[in-house]
Design a protein around this ligand. Structure first.
Ligand code: ZN
Length: 233
């Protein structure tokens, strides 16, 4: 159905902006999360808070926001070898990607989301991947997502569309998009309730939100917010 969408929703800045984007466009929006033994489960615990906060921001969104589902993908932890699920220092690997990279993670997420969407009769999937702030994760690239869409449609005899509203915009423009979708209340909600920090640090509240301020995810978020604020002044 073209009225329905399924959003891959982690509780981070990008997927929350995508959720607001979908709520603005589709009449019924479900969310899907993945629990895979993330080293810090902070992001996952933000999800319900964010869903409730989005309902408060806009009565239309409150009517449109449907069920949430969390799938356990514990096999990532069992496969091991990544700083996202194990206690190891974040660094670049010999393969040229950060060791927070979980090979094929977004590909698997898309496949699982497509299975859920297929069962729900939904053909619109929304995912907050982005090629512009390329963090060295090859499965965030547009070609990877489009190839996956083709494979899913052939393999499931479906006509699914994977929407990636953030694919070609940077972090500052992602804040701009949030502002356009939900005004200051959405920007404030994302600042306060989304989580990005790889170390799960929520002890210090910066102008750009919570985090250690030093890990690659915090630096990207801080720089993006600074560029957004500079563009406003
Ligand atoms: Zn951090």
């Amino acid at each position: 159905m073209d009225t329905d969408a399924l959003v891959i929703f982690s509780g981070g800045q990008d997927s929350t902006t995508c959720l607001a984007w979908a709520l603005q466009r589709f009449e019924r929006v479900r969310t899907l999360g993945f629990s895979y033994g993330q080293r810090h489960d902070v992001e996952m615990s933000c999800r319900e808070t964010l869903r409730a906060a989005l309902r408060e921001i806009n009565p239309l969104w409150a009517r449109r926001l449907g069920e949430d589902q969390v799938l356990d993908v514990d096999l990532f932890r069992r496969l091991g070898g990544t700083a996202l699920t194990e206690d190891m220092e974040i660094r670049m690997t010999e393969q040229g990607v950060p060791n927070t990279f979980v090979p094929g993670r977004n590909l698997l997420f898309l496949m699982l989301a497509a299975i859920c969407a297929w069962r729900q009769g939904t053909r619109h999937l929304v995912m907050g991947v982005c090629e512009t702030d390329f963090s060295g994760y090859p499965d965030c690239r547009d070609d990877a997502v489009k190839a996956m869409q083709v494979a899913l449609n052939i393999g499931m005899d479906a006509r699914m569309v994977v929407h990636t509203p953030l694919m070609w915009i940077d972090k500052a423009a992602t804040w701009e998009l949030a502002l356009a979708l939900g005004g200051r209340p959405l920007v404030e909600c994302i600042l306060e309730h989304t989580h990005t920090c790889y170390l799960g640090d929520r002890t210090v509240r910066h102008s750009w939100g919570y985090g250690c301020g030093r890990c690659p995810a915090c630096r990207l978020r801080a720089d993006g917010y600074a560029a957004f604020v500079a563009g406003k002044s």
